[in-house]
Design a protein around this ligand. Structure first.
Ligand code: GDP
Ligand code: MG
Length: 142
C-alpha cells in the first residue's frame, strides 16, 4: 500500500442536512487526514467540467443541477490506500444498495442526492485534486 491523495466532495444534500462534521469524522476515524478543504457553491461551468466524463449520460443535466443547488465542501484526503478507503467508506452509488455503516447508507436519500463524491482511480484523483486545488493550497502534515 502507498500513501495516496483523493478528492472528496460533501454534496449539497449532506451540507444542507448539517452532517459535514459527521462525514469528516468517518474519514478521520479510518485513518485519512484532511490536507486541503474549502466550501464552494459550484457554478454551472465548474460542475459540468468536473463531471465531463458523464457528459453523454442521460442523468448529466440532473447531476449538474443538483451539484449547483447549494454549497459543497471539497477536500483532499491523504492516507494509506486513500482512494479505495474513501470509496469503501462512501458505499455504493445508489444508497439503497449501499452497505450498512457506509456514508451513503446512513446519510443519503437517492441516487442523485447521494451525500458524497470520491475519486475512483489514481488518474481521476490526480485530475480532480488539481481541478479544485493549487499545490500551495494542500497542507500535508507528515
Ligand atoms: P459515483 O462514482 O459512485 O459517485 O458514481 P458515478 O461516477 O457513476 O456517477 C456520478 C454521480 O452521478 C453519482 O454519484 C450520482 O450522483 C449521479 N448518478 C449516477 N447514476 C445516476 C442515475 O442513474 N441517475 C441519476 N439521477 N443520477 C445518477
Ligand atoms: Mg464516479
Amino acid at each position: 500500500m502507498a500513501v495516496e491523495r483523493t478528492l472528496s466532495i460533501i454534496k449539497p444534500d449532506a451540507v444542507a442536512k448539517n452532517v459535514v462534521g459527521q462525514i469528516i469524522a468517518r474519514f478521520e476515524n479510518a485513518g485519512l487526514q484532511v490536507v486541503a478543504a474549502k466550501m464552494v457553491h459550484l457554478s454551472q461551468e465548474q460542475a459540468e467540467g468536473f463531471y465531463a466524463e458523464h457528459k453523454e449520460r442521460p442523468f448529466f443535466g440532473d447531476l449538474v443541477a443538483f451539484m449547483t443547488s447549494g454549497p459543497v465542501v471539497v477536500q483532499v484526503l491523504e492516507g494509506e490506500n486513500a482512494i479505495l478507503t474513501n470509496r469503501d467508506l462512501m458505499g455504493a452509488t445508489n444508497p439503497k444498495e449501499a452497505a450498512e455503516g457506509t456514508i451513503r447508507r446512513d446519510f443519503a436519500e437517492s441516487i442523485d442526492a447521494n451525500a458524497v463524491h470520491g475519486s475512483d482511480s489514481a488518474a481521476s484523483a490526480e485530475r480532480e485534486v488539481a481541478y479544485f486545488f493549487n499545490a500551495d493550497e494542500i497542507c500535508p502534515r507528515g
